[in-house]
Design a protein around this ligand. Structure first.
Ligand code: SME
Length: 161
C-alpha cells in the first residue's frame, strides 16, 4: 500500500478512536499502539508529558510502544524532546547521529520526530517517534503526527485539563 493511502487510512482510524474512548489517557494508550502497529517505520512511539508543578520543568514518559527507554524523565534543556517542548515547535531529525542534542534510546534509531501538544495555547507534553530508517518523517508523516498531537490536546482540553 502506498504511504499516502496508509496515512489516510490511519488518519481516519485516529479520528474514530477519539470518539470511541472516554479519556485522553486511553486515547494516548490506543494511539501509540495504532501508530506502532500500522506505520511500518514508526519503531518507537511514546508520549512525554510535563510534570504538573515541577520546577524546573520536567518531561515524564507516558504511554509508549516499543522497547523500554532509559530516558523516562527529560529536563527541557536536554534532548530533541527538550528542544521541542521548550520551543513549542515540531522537531524533525533526519540523522540523529549528526544532532548533538540527541539522547539515544536505541542504537538502531536513525531518525526522530517530536511534536508538542498544546492545551489552551501552552505546551503540556509531546508525541515522540523514533525510526530505524533515516529521514523517515517526510512531510506527510509530519502532518500525521501533528494531527495526532492536536487530537490529544483537544481531548485534554475537553476534559478541562
Ligand atoms: N531521543 C530522545 C529521547 C527519548 S527516546 O528517543 C525514547 C531525545 O533526544 O530527546
Amino acid at each position: 500500500m502506498p504511504v499516502a493511502d496508509r496515512v489516510e487510512e490511519v488518519r481516519k482510524e485516529l479520528t474514530e478512536l477519539v470518539s470511541a474512548v472516554p479519556t485522553a489517557h486511553e486515547l494516548m494508550q490506543h494511539m501509540v499502539k495504532l501508530l506502532h502497529d500500522r506505520m511500518l517505520k514508526y519503531n518507537w512511539v511514546g508520549f512525554y508529558m510535563l510534570e504538573p508543578g515541577a520546577k524546573p520543568p520536567m518531561l515524564v514518559l507516558g504511554a509508549f510502544e516499543g522497547a523500554m527507554t532509559p530516558h523516562t524523565r527529560i529536563p527541557l534543556n536536554q534532548g530533541i524532546c527538550g528542544a521541542a517542548a521548550s520551543s513549542g515547535q515540531t522537531v524533525v531529525v533526519d540523522d540523529v547521529g549528526k544532532d548533538p542534542r540527541y539522547l539515544a534510546c536505541s542504537l538502531e534509531t536513525k531518525s526522530e520526530i517530536v511534536v508538542p501538544i498544546f492545551v489552551k495555547g501552552s505546551v503540556v507534553g509531546e508525541l515522540d517517534i523514533d525510526s530505524h530508517f533515516s529521514a523517515a518523517f517526510t512531510k506527510e508523516h509530519q502532518e500525521l503526527v501533528q494531527y495526532c498531537a492536536m487530537l490529544v490536546g483537544r481531548k485534554l482540553e475537553a476534559a478541562g485539563k
